[in-house]
Design a binder for this molecule. Structure first.
Ligand code: MF3
Ligand code: CO
Length: 245
């Protein structure tokens, strides 16, 4: 799907709201804070900006953001969990402005974290950078996954395959998917006006995932730590433009 300029402007606005939410949440991440309170921070920013949540009610999802501490890979539900010194916490959020969607995630350290945790976050963020740099006209979509996977494998991490990125626009999840690995074929040819959410998830141990009984929370099978970075990025003539920066 190729977006017109006026559509891209709306997606830019949605992306800016998402970036603001993540910034405010980062300010609130510290030991002693509940994940439910981070959800409140997100709701307040959405209200202030006149934006809507694309997460709340999505297939019955009960919150505005996902909060995924430590061995939680994605889709953790905010609640009574209290952040502890040394935790890492992935926060995923989105916004709808004038019918257009933004979606982004970051993993934050809670206080001082171990060198291993810091490295996991650094490498996963780098994978997003390398992946997004593939979003150039004439390139093929699955170069993103090829690049992301290479970064994760070189570092010895489990590269999650069960959950993938996606095109985004008037819905949060549009076709095609954006795998974080080489799926065996190059995929669509990229063109200016296409917009994707690229979202590598790396585990310190194996790539295997388990979904908990709440129907949402996804954890690492081996209990190892996991990090998740995501941005909404447009393909332009001049290369990638990150809407959620
Ligand atoms: N932001 C997630 C994604 O990257 C989607 C979360 S679905 C929700 O695709 F229901 F949990 F919100
Ligand atoms: Co996404």
């Amino acid at each position: 799907m190729i977006r017109r300029k006026d559509e891209l402007d709306k997606m830019r606005k949605a992306g800016r709201v998402v970036a603001e939410i993540l910034h405010e949440i980062e300010m609130h991440v510290k030991p002693g804070v509940t994940t439910a309170s981070l959800d409140k921070v997100a709701r307040d920013v959405l209200d202030r900006r006149g934006a809507r949540s694309n997460f709340l009610g999505y297939r019955g999802y009960p919150a505005t953001i996902c909060t995924s501490p430590n061995d939680v890979i994605v889709h953790g539900i905010p609640g009574s969990y209290i952040l502890q010194e040394g935790d890492i916490i992935s926060v995923d959020c989105g916004a709808i402005v004038e019918g257009y969607h933004g979606d982004a995630a970051r993993t934050f350290p809670v206080g001082e974290v171990s060198a291993e945790s810091a490295q996991l976050m650094k490498v996963t963020k780098e994978a997003l950078e390398v992946g997004k740099s593939q979003l150039c006209p004439a390139n093929h979509l699955n170069e993103v996954g090829r690049a992301v996977e290479q970064v994760g494998k070189r570092a010895g991490y489990g590269v999650v395959r069960q959950y993938v990125g996606h095109a985004i626009g008037t819905a949060m999840h549009e076709e095609p998917q954006v795998p974080n690995y080489w799926p065996g074929k190059p995929g669509i040819k990229l063109a200016p006006g296409m917009v994707f959410a690229v979202e590598p998830m790396f585990n310190m141990g194996s790539s295997e995932t388990v979904q908990l009984d709440d129907g949402w929370t996804v954890v690492t099978k081996d209990g190892s730590l996991s990090a998740h970075f995501e941005d909404t990025i447009a393909v332009t003539e001049h290369g990638p433009e990150v809407f959620t920066a």
